[in-house]
Design a binder for this molecule. Structure first.
Ligand code: NDP
Length: 250
């Protein structure tokens, strides 16, 4: 007999849920029965993603905005509460890269990556944690990267943001644990998306040679773990960093 995860009656929000890893997470949460809101900047693609979620028989909600903006996140939060009235699952997935060696890195590229990848998660988590503390339930899943665990030349800004997310999550996990709220981190390795296509073939081949399982990951590999972490099956897991990387990080 298979194990099935039922998230019906749960309300989720996925930042960057309109494409890539976030899109697959949003779809799989919806497949498990959760209503899912998607928050990202591209209005049209956010609307399309929300429509596709609704076609699965759950409520899909489109929220347009920039995780780098306090005002956008607060406005989206108000709409989310008007429409959903509760939040059970927050997935902080929106992320960007602005790669370059440290000596050539422009301060604006440093600040942009930290502001989106790390402070974006702070903005959403602060509002969500307040609501979840009231509900006495909920889970927050932060999408970091193995680069935040092992580092990567040319990505000091990205690695700092992703390592920052880990420290943030471990600390928040303890702050909210007494009310039954869990906070965990998924650290994907090399997953096939637009972000990794942008790296070029040379870098891709180099990564591939270091992966013990001998293949790139899929967005589904990450999403399956997110669904597990969003489900009651993981109620006793908090403050953890789980790498989905084909064995690259050991
Ligand atoms: P993509 O580039 O495919 O998607 C990024 C998503 O984030 C988009 O939905 C984008 O939507 C959204 N986004 C970016 N900036 C903002 C912003 N300022 N405000 C709101 N939304 C924003 O990336 P992936 O799917 O590959 O990556 C998803 C997450 O997984 C990221 O955090 C990434 O760092 C992490 N990750 C990815 C790995 C990989 O191999 N692909 C490996 C390890 C970690 P829009 O442009 O419409 O705003």
């Amino acid at each position: 007999m298979g194990v099935s995860i039922d998230l019906s009656g749960k309300r989720a929000l996925v930042t960057g849920g309109n494409r890539g890893i976030g899109r697959t997470i949003a779809e799989r949460l919806a497949e498990a029965g959760a209503d899912v809101a998607v928050f990202a900047r591209s209005e049209e693609s956010v609307a399309e993603a929300a429509r596709a979620l609704s076609e699965r028989g759950v409520r899909g909600l489109a929220l347009t905005g920039d995780v780098g903006s306090d005002a956008d996140v607060e406005r989206a939060w108000d709409t989310l509460m008007e429409e959903f009235g509760q939040l059970d699952i927050l997935v902080n997935n929106a992320g960007i890269t602005r790669d370059g060696l440290l000596l050539r890195m422009k301060p604006e590229d440093w600040h942009a990556v930290l502001d989106v990848n790390l402070t974006g998660a702070f903005r959403w988590s602060r509002l969500a944690a307040r609501q979840m503390l009231r509900q006495k339930s909920g889970t927050i899943i932060n999408i970091s990267s193995i680069v935040g665990v092992i580092g990567n030349p040319g990505q000091t800004n990205y690695a700092a943001s992703k390592a920052g997310l880990i420290g943030f999550s471990k600390s928040l996990a303890v702050e909210v644990a007494a009310r039954g709220i869990t906070v965990n981190v998924i650290a994907p390795g090399f997953i096939e998306t637009e972000m990794t296509h942008a790296l070029g073939e040379g870098a891709q081949a180099e990564f591939l040679s270091r992966i013990p399982l001998g293949k790139l990951g899929t967005t589904g590999d990450v999403a399956d773990l997110a669904v597990f972490l969003a489900s009651p099956m993981s109620d006793y897991i908090t403050g953890q960093v789980i790498c989905v990387d084909g064995g690259l990080t050991r």
